[in-house]
Ligand binder design. Structure first.
Ligand SMILES: [Zn+2]
Length: 334
């Protein structure tokens, strides 16, 4: 995917004007909800800063030495820092390397660009180390921090960066963009609803068999609801999928059931394609129970971002769910 996204135009114009006028700050903080293309924006802008004959629209020309090196992923003045494989944090050693990297002269007398993404993955030590770089930035250094939540970064870092905020695009714009990038049976409206309006997250859902997996999982969930399945067996099946994603789906079903219970008019659901099935489940549960389940899912999602036994976490969640259902069923019978 190349080029500027239609909902990034304003931010793009602001920054490329500064680049052209040579008044670009040393550090940018690219902030906004997940799935709106912040990383895409950051790398496109980095390529633009490294392009040797940037055209008037500020987009990288695609043919100069800088652009060719970037396309090959081998530009010596461009670096991207993310959590190392299997780790969830960006450590102090990685950030120290950035300081050393910036202290070397750029290869082609232009900018040296480093993207840190997600910046909130830096631990305290790493953030402190970055502060030194931010306090005395070398000339022609450009640091781009990407984050879903600027509030998670220390104020000392935030205050030294120019913030570039992104929001979710208007629905029509997002749907048109997405529709040209997916194939049937995928449906742009459903994918966007499932991704809470975030187009990149919606596109990601169309990759692989995520939607098929979701349907299989929902059927398991229903079976559990009807009392015909073992939570432990289901946990075992679900463990094959990514834990974060699994929790996202379950959270979405419960949230939609809360919407169904709370709405006066037919509610706009994320899970539009299984609305009726959710309605059946919701009719068996009370709002308080659903809110309690939502809390449990949130807590599980928090735990899942650390080191955790996924099987146990899912079992605990599903056993709890089954208990509630049988209690509610008894209440109904009595
Ligand atoms: Zn170029």
């Amino acid at each position: 995917m190349n080029g500027l996204l239609p909902w990034h135009t304003a931010q793009w114009q602001t920054l490329t004007r500064r680049l052209r006028d040579n008044i670009l700050p040393h550090a940018l903080l690219v902030n906004g909800p997940p799935g709106v293309g912040k990383n895409h924006f950051a790398s496109l802008f980095a390529h633009s800063a490294l392009c040797e004959n940037t055209p008037a629209d500020g987009l990288p020309c695609g043919t100069c030495r800088g652009c060719l090196l970037n396309q090959a992923g081998t530009h010596p003045d461009y670096k991207r820092v993310s959590p190392l494989e299997e780790k969830k944090i960006i450590g102090v050693d990685q950030v120290r390397e950035i300081g050393e990297y910036f202290s070397l002269k750029s290869h082609y007398a232009g900018y040296k660009v480093v993207i840190i993404s997600p910046a909130s993955a830096m631990n305290t030590q790493a953030a402190n180390s970055l502060l030194k770089t931010l306090e005395e930035p070398p000339a022609r250094a450009l640091l781009i921090l990407v984050t879903d939540s600027a509030a998670l970064l220390p104020a000392t870092i935030r205050s030294r960066c120019q913030r570039i905020d992104f929001t979710k695009p208007p629905q029509d714009l997002a749907r048109d963009w997405l529709a040209t990038r997916i194939e049937p049976p995928h449906d742009a409206s459903l994918l966007l609803a499932l991704a809470d309006g975030a187009p990149f997250a919606a596109l990601e859902l169309a990759s692989g068999d995520k939607i098929g997996q979701r349907m299989a999982m929902f059927t398991d969930f229903e079976t559990l609801f009807q009392g015909h399945a073992s939570p432990v067996a289901i946990a075992g099946t679900w463990l094959k999928f990514e834990l974060k994603e699994t929790l996202y789906w379950v959270r979405g079903w419960i949230t939609d059931m809360i919407r169904i219970k709370s709405a006066v008019h037919p509610p706009a659901l994320a899970n539009q394609d299984i609305q009726q099935r959710l309605q059946v489940m919701a009719s068996m549960l009370d709002l308080r129970t659903l809110h309690r389940q939502l809390d449990r899912i949130s807590e599980a999602a928090r735990l899942a971002s650390g080191q955790i036994n996924g099987q146990l976490l899912l079992e605990d969640l599903l056993i709890g769910w089954k208990d509630i259902l049988s209690r509610q069923a008894r209440k109904k019978d009595s």
